[in-house]
Design a protein around this ligand. Structure first.
Ligand code: AMP
Length: 249
């Protein structure tokens, strides 16, 4: 059982994102970048499946600039066996990422692709769904539990009103939700070992994919500043303000 895990390099979730002064995007220069948190959960899940004897090989793949090598090394330090960097300095929209991932799937023949439900930089939540369509594979999105069975997977999904458990035939796409697992910290010995694991660098044209974007970002803006709150001395004052000032009751 081979598992492919796509990992995206994004602005670290602890960084306060700043919009560029010309409103064309967000500042990424001199900003700490890390693996998309949902992808860390995907790698962790794949490693747990391998540790449980259900998977034999984990390949991490990243599309982006050469610095994505660091992201792949992190994936390998957590437990991926090898990495593929599809190097490009261009902005790659979800459809193009999905086309590249399809080409990697055709080349590597994994049984399952486990990926993040969304990348926290542009919150697209599209790539897994598009890859599923391009491959003609089933998809189980927003997984909070994954159990592999013979030729299928039992996946529990988080819905607004509760949990849905479904059975999906492999090969398939599974996208991770926050509560699937808590990723481990990579230990120093594993970080050192990861440096020796195999990593291939390819270009989009090696996979026959032309990066042509269909979307144009017109404007990126900061959210409107929120006015500060106030502390009220007692419940009567609160009710009075809600009634007479905010006029919401
Ligand atoms: P998105 O559809 O952009 O919200 O991303 C959903 C998931 O697709 C991410 O969590 C990753 O697993 C994968 N993905 C998106 N973009 C990339 C990329 N450039 N390289 C590798 N994986 C990606």
């Amino acid at each position: 059982m081979k598992i492919l895990v796509p990992v995206k390099r994004v602005i670290d979730y602890n960084v306060k994102v700043r919009v560029k002064s010309d409103n064309t995007g967000v500042e990424t220069q001199n900003v700490k970048m890390s693996m998309n948190p949902f992808d860390e959960i995907a790698i962790e899940e794949a490693v747990r499946l391998k540790e449980a004897g259900k998977a034999t090989e984990i390949i991490a793949v990243s599309v982006g600039p050469s610095q994505c090598q660091e992201t792949l090394r992190t994936a390998m330090a957590i437990g991926a066996d090898s990495g593929i960097l599809i190097e490009t300095d261009e902005t790659v929209e979800p459809l193009n990422v999905a086309k590249l991932l399809k080409a990697v799937v055709d080349e590597q023949s994994p049984d399952i692709v486990i990926m993040g439900k969304q990348a926290i930089d542009d919150d697209s939540n599209q790539t897994g769904q598009m890859l599923s369509t391009l491959l003609g594979w089933g998809q189980a999105t927003f997984a909070s539990k994954v159990e592999l069975e013979d030729g299928s997977a039992k996946v529990t999904r988080e819905l607004d009103g509760g949990l849905e458990t479904l059975s999906i035939k492999t090969p398939c796409i599974i996208t991770t939700d926050l509560r699937l697992n808590e990723p481990r910290y990579a230990s120093l010995p594993n970080i050192m070992k990861a440096k020796k694991k195999p990593m291939e660098t390819k270009s989009p044209s090696d996979y026959g994919v032309e990066i042509s974007n269909r979307l144009e970002i017109l404007k990126v803006e900061e959210p409107a500043a929120r006015a500060g709150g106030i502390t009220v001395p007692d419940v009567d004052t609160l009710i009075d303000k809600l009634k007479n000032e905010a006029k919401v009751i």
